[in-house]
Write a protein that binds this ligand. Structure first.
Ligand code: TRP
Length: 331
């Protein structure tokens, strides 16, 4: 492994299982990147608290479920370091330091924060929720990550992280690299409204059973103007056609043509999309089942990964303190 190359850090909030949107947005590229780059993957349980602080059991259970999702899609614990955010106190420490160089207004104008606050119906913002991009910057900086594979909604957060490390480096010493984002594809929800998201109830989870996948697609919205089977459809606005493009490229052109000419009905089209998704998910289901039977090993993967991340975090924090002139003594 070439150590001068990028260092990858990415992760997910542990508020439930991951779905196909996570897969095309970021998991798929992580599975590739882990072969070439030092890769850290964090289970963001503290960030999960920002919206689910009243459901700690859900968060802890999701740490386990999301770990299984990662292993199921092909994250290899011998290549990638999987770790739990709350077990790295240095991340919290760096969050406090970074919080000195960013204003409340800057965070308020973050478009992802604004959208989430609107979707959740927040009228006033919790300090931790408003500040989670700062904590995310610390997630990235503690291991000196340079590349963050994540969904496009994370762009403003990575911008904040870049700003914070730049400011740190200017003020004290050039210790922290500026990260870049690598965005994947965006997957629309089954309802044709917005992106696929568990909280919107329009998602297919990665461990959905084959008949669940078909049942969900049966209810999915298609081109609303298409009423009769023989009506020509507009696949370009159909959420189900987007799944054909993403999950079964070879047939997509044919389906596009058939839909446009009204020679394939929505029911058949959905059946084919469901088959394609199930083909993708089949090996994930098998790997998940396999790991489900080896709970101790899964726990060991997290312990080992968290230990490694913690070691790196301690080293970085010594440099951070040194740069700031607050490395008073060793305890
Ligand atoms: N905010 C990310 C999400 O909602 C999760 C996350 C937390 C993250 N820390 C991160 C992503 C650091 C990339 C890098 O999915």
């Amino acid at each position: 492994m070439n150590m001068n190359k990028d260092i990858i850090l990415t992760g997910d909030r542990t508020t439930g299982q991951l779905h196909l949107g996570h897969y095309v947005g970021s998991l798929r590229s992580r599975v590739q990147l882990q072969n070439e780059y030092k890769t850290y993957i964090l289970l963001a349980d503290i960030q999960a608290l920002t919206t689910h602080y009243d459901q700690p059991e859900l968060i802890a259970d999701s740490v386990h479920q999301v770990t299984l999702d990662y292993l199921a899609v092909g994250i290899d614990p011998n290549k990638a370091t999987l770790f739990i955010q709350s077990m790295i106190p240095e991340i919290a420490e760096l969050t406090v330091i970074f919080s000195m160089f960013i204003t409340v207004n800057n965070l308020r104008h973050n478009p992802t924060i604004k959208n989430e606050a609107r979707d959740r119906g927040y009228t006033d913002l919790y300090y931790g929720f408003l500040g989670y991009p700062v904590s995310q910057a610390a997630d990235i900086a503690f291991c000196k990550a340079t590349l963050v594979p994540a969904g496009e909604d994370q762009i403003p957060h990575i911008e904040t992280a870049r700003k914070l490390v730049r400011r740190f480096n200017e003020l004290y010493a050039p210790v922290l690299p500026e990260p870049r984002i690598l965005t994947g594809e965006r997957l629309g929800g089954l309802d044709g409204i917005g992106k696929m998201s568990k909280s919107m109830g329009n998602a297919i989870s990665l461990n959905a059973r084959p008949d669940d996948v078909h049942a969900k697609l049966t209810k999915a919205k298609t081109d609303p103007a298409r009423i009769h089977r023989s009506d020509p459809g507009n696949p370009n606005i159909c959420p189900v056609f987007a799944y054909h493009q993403l999950f079964r490229n070879e047939n997509a052109e044919e389906i596009h043509a058939n839909c446009s000419q009204g020679t394939i009905g929505c029911r058949d089209c959905k059946q084919l999309a469901g088959n394609a998704i199930n083909e993708l998910l089949a090996p994930f289901r098998a790997r998940r089942q396999d790991y489900e039977q080896r709970e101790d090993e899964v726990k060991e993967i997290l312990i080992e990964g968290t230990r490694q991340a913690r070691k790196v975090a301690r080293e970085t924090m010594l440099e951070v303190r040194e740069a700031m002139g607050i490395r008073y003594f060793n305890l």
